[in-house]
Design a protein around this ligand. Structure first.
Ligand code: C5P
Length: 238
């Protein structure tokens, strides 16, 4: 049983690499950012004002609680077909919109919301770590901002995937313009990565590695080199 926890800032290629890593080992893949995005999408759809100077924390928490039930929310941890569903319908594309990206930090900074999602993420990880759902072995790759520190600090492999800020911004810009026709994999709207990282880093610690966490700086690596580095880390632990 191997749990791989990967944290890092926006635009570092975390999702693409984590998904490929999960596929390689036949592990489950959990995109925790997609969960925060789905909650944000839901709040916006409920007409909640996420632009207010003082967002209504109680209403947002209540809305997320209502959404986060088996009836409404589902996430696929199949690395070949990751998906997020609302009432059985995929919202993979909607949650990557510029509107969701620019409001997600408001929702993810609300502690009762985090507690709800963290509990759900721990349950997914516990279930999938032993499940052997995707044939090759029991394990899960979970990625986000606080997986190595809060959600699964006892994971067998803990990585902080990072890159220099200008590299991340350039990658993210490329991702955005290449997004059409690639639903669910890339951003589909403007996304101020630096602003999001700044807001997120007030709540979660993903800019420097916690003790015992391996930093992989992929500024000068391509996708294959990043993936190979991560594969080697998992091989070491397996
Ligand atoms: O990874 P992604 O960029 O899709 O994450 C979207 C947002 O979800 C982040 O900007 C952050 O606000 C929130 N997030 C979080 N904790 C995580 C994963 C994501 O707060 N573990």
């Amino acid at each position: 049983m191997i749990r791989v926890a990967i944290d890092g800032p926006a635009g570092v290629g975390k999702s693409t690499t984590s998904k490929a890593l999960a596929k390689y080992f036949g592990y489950a893949y959990l995109d925790t950012g997609a969960m925060y995005r789905a909650c944000t999408w839901w709040c916006l759809r409920q007409g909640l004002d996420l632009d207010a100077e003082q967002p209504d924390v109680d209403r947002i928490t209540a809305a997320v609680g209502e959404f986060f039930t088996e009836d409404h929310f589902d996430i696929s941890v199949d690395p070949e077909h990751p998906d997020v569903l609302s009432d059985g319908v995929s919202i993979a594309e909607e949650i990557r919109s510029g509107e969701v990206s620019s409001h997600v930090s408001v929702v993810s900074s609300i502690m009762p919301v985090r507690h709800l999602l963290i509990a759900a993420q721990r349950a997914f990880i516990a279930r999938e770590a032993d499940a052997d759902s995707f044939s090759k072995g029991a394990g899960i790759v979970a990625e986000g901002r606080d997986i190595t520190t809060v959600v699964a600090p006892d994971a067998e492999v803990r990585v902080l995937l990072t890159a220099r800020e200008e590299v991340r911004a350039a990658r993210r810009a490329g991702q955005t313009s290449a997004a059409s026709g690639n639903a669910g994999a890339a951003a589909v709207g403007p996304d101020d990565v630096a602003a999001r990282d700044k807001a997120d880093s007030k709540v979660t610690s993903f800019l420097t590695a916690a003790e015992g966490v391996t930093t992989v700086d992929n500024s000068d690596m391509d996708f294959e080199q990043t993936l190979d580095t991560l594969i080697a880390l998992v091989d070491e632990a397996a």
